[in-house]
Design a protein around this ligand. Sequence first.
Ligand code: SF4
Length: 183
Amino acid sequence: MTRKKQLEALHDVIRNCTLCPLHKTRINAVPGEGSVDSEVMFIGEAPGASEDETGRPFVGRSGEFLTSMIQEIGFSRDNVFITSILKSRPPRNRTPTQAEINTCRPYLEQQIEIINPKVVVLLGGVAITSLLGPRKVSEAHGQFHEIDDRKYFMTYHPAAALRFPKVKNRMREDFQVLKQELV
Ligand code: SF4
């Protein structure tokens, strides 16, 4: 099976997943989208209302901002891969529970394995803590971390950047650091 087909098959499983209680309240599971050949993969927290409605990742205001940041460093949504820690929306966008993160995690691990990107970008505290252990975004942002030959880059969640102009500037600077790694 080609890697593309492997990814499609995995996404079909995710769309029908009932492993945690979030499947009862979601409209659509949101596996993620982009190229299987992506050099860079972006991981957010969980789908929000727009993502739940459309089944697509980062399509609301945060998504527009993330898309503009991706374009600023010379990529497009078509040649990166975008997903989140959880694939189904928590009710009222509450923070994911550890049990939900643990249950959903194998899907993300399989996506990373199939795509095998050069850099995995963790957007915000939930993504960073879920994959690298607890740390403050304000201290960790703009830095790389390597585990098991996999390179991770830590930055803010786009929603935080939209709320706080200072965070927006820091996130822009972080993306320039990321760009240097990807050239
Ligand atoms: S959040 Fe993950 S584990 Fe829970 S139902 Fe959705 S896809 Fe399945």
